[in-house]
Design a protein around this ligand. Structure first.
Ligand code: GLC
Length: 508
């Protein structure tokens, strides 16, 4: 998929547009036309490329909405180098055209892939995307500006003008912004509405104002859309121009109105409160199913949970921990960054380790935490295992083999791990923030896990000891495991909330 790859393709852009147009006239397409058209714009989507929860949500939410007859759902992401061959080999080349980004004229190839009811498009440009990883380059602003311009040009190229352009996080913010600036004068684009979803308000896409025209190609007349705090702030721009804004849990929608959580954007959130909704993420229950998951040592379900003990035993063996069914295994699977609550863990884990427990950590991140947990493992052999890497297969073995899943985040827009752990019968212990508090309710009140309120290490430790106490009461624990496993974390309710949001946007 070279930048200027020669192609054996017989039809050029014009033919493609004609083909689409004539297909639309065919009777078989009439039902498709009647459907509302939704295009997700995002920087990653599972299973093709995933660095975090965003990708999972794009993959599973698009599938959930497309399962309704009412929506034609498509997704567009960059064609990164890291998208594996096993997927690429089935991508269909649609064509290429030139994208104009300020004074730059850049190649843009488009590939298509149908995953069930969802159509995916991949934006190809090797200069921008043939690099390892997705983010962290000096020119990320330019890379995602190119991507967003390419998205809008793709609509014309393939003849698909969505009713809703649903943009996710700052990397897709410019698609919403360009729609209301550089493209709104074009007839086909003028009816498109945009929805912007904030997955994490921490990352806003901030740039110096002097590159507004030269890099982003946005005229000075639109400067007030994106200007904030004497910078370009792309997330702010998308919030201002979109007809609706959502975020990934009801509690986070409240939290980001306050400076403690907003990373400076609370005045903008409050000003746009009338169009903000918090909709709790879900997970794909087929993708995360202990009854069928091939990574597990043994499969089980809430009706037949017996094999969870096998998963624990094999996990202990594999990690070199003493094989003990009656010792609680506490696990964390996380990026090792401060807001995940590692300060609390560091403060009290050694007190906890005085009691009979095992602790497993999987993740990579800031070197201070990587070093701390590697060292902890050396100091507590047979009790602590720290695996400083990311390994999807091992993560599933841990989700199934542990007893308690610890997630004491300082802030957490939604979080998916607590839901995955629960589905695998590993009881979540979380701090009540964002989606953690919206998905996990305290055992004491008849809930599906354990929670604590304040960001305080001793409060966390107290609840951890409470969990150990319940763990020793075998019947009580079995009931709690069942409750966790049977909590509905699917998209069924939340996909309906997004459909409601689309409906309101299209009818206002
Ligand atoms: C971000 C958030 C996380 C959320 C995910 C998916 O990664 O930090 O809390 O679950 O996006 O929306």
């Amino acid at each position: 998929m070279a930048t200027n790859s020669k192609t054996t393709r017989k039809t050029g852009p014009v033919e493609v547009v004609e083909a689409v147009a004539s297909a639309e006239r065919a009777p078989a397409q009439i039902t498709v036309e009647a459907k509302k058209k939704i295009l997700f714009v995002a920087s990653e989507a599972a299973p093709f490329i995933a660095t975090g929860g965003l990708a999972e949500v794009i993959g599973s939410l698009s599938k959930a909405i497309a399962s309704s007859d009412l929506y034609d759902v498509r997704v567009i992401i960059p064609l990164y180098q890291d998208i594996r061959k096993e997927y690429r080999k089935d991508f269909r080349y649609i064509g290429n055209f030139t994208v104009q980004l300020a004074w730059r004229n850049q190649y843009c190839g488009i590939f298509e892939y149908k995953a069930g009811n969802v159509t995916y498009y991949f934006v190809d440009n090797e200069y921008y995307f043939k690099r390892p990883g997705c983010y962290g380059y000096y020119d990320d602003g330019e890379r995602f500006a190119f991507f967003c311009r390419a998205v809008l040009d793709t609509l014309g190229y393939i003849g698909f003008y969505p009713d809703i352009l649903h943009c996710h996080d700052w990397q897709a913010a410019l698609a919403a912004i360009y729609l209301k600036t550089n493209y709104c004068h074009r007839k086909e684009y003028s009816a498109i509405r945009s929805v912007f979803t904030i997955h994490n308000i921490e990352y806003q896409g901030k740039y110096s104002l002097d590159i507004l025209g030269d890099l982003f190609g946005i005229g000075d007349e639109y400067r007030n859309f994106v200007e904030y705090d004497r910078c370009i702030n792309l997330m702010k721009g998308a919030i201002e121009v979109s007809e609706a804004v959502s975020t990934v849990s009801p509690s986070y929608a409240e939290e980001i109105k306050h400076p403690y959580f907003s990373h400076g954007l609370d005045p903008i959130i409050r000003r746009n409160e009338f169009k903000l909704r918090g909709i709790l993420n879900g997970i794909d229950p087929e993708y995360y199913d202990p009854a069928t998951d091939a990574s597990l040592f043994a499969n089980y379900s809430s009706e037949h949970p017996e094999n969870k003990a096998v998963c624990k035993e094999e996990l202990q063996k594999m990690l070199g921990l003493p094989v003990k069914g009656n010792v609680p295994v506490v696990a964390m699977i996380s990026r090792l960054v401060a807001h995940k609550g590692f300060d609390l863990v560091r403060e009290v884990i050694e007190q906890a380790l005085r009691s009979d427990m095992q602790f497993i950590l999987l993740g990579t991140g800031e070197s201070t935490y990587e070093n701390y947990f590697s060292d902890l493992m050396k100091r507590y052999p047979g009790k602590v295992v720290s695996v400083i890497s990311f390994n999807a297969d091992l993560s599933r073995k841990i989700y199934s083999g542990a007893d308690i899943f610890l997630m004491p985040s300082k802030s957490e827009p939604c979080g998916l791990s607590q839901m995955i752990a629960s589905r695998y019968g590993t009881v979540a212990l979380v701090r009540e923030t964002g989606g953690l508090g919206d998905s996990i309710t305290p055992y004491g009140a008849g809930g599906n896990g354990f929670t604590f309120h304040d960001y305080n290490a001793n409060d966390m430790l107290y609840v951890l000891f409470e969990a150990f106490g319940i763990f020793r009461m075998k019947d009580e624990w079995a009931k709690l495991v069942k409750k966790a496993m049977e909590t509905d974390f699917s998209w069924s309710t939340s996909a309906k909330s997004y459909e409601g949001l689309y409906h309101d946007v299209l009818n206002s």
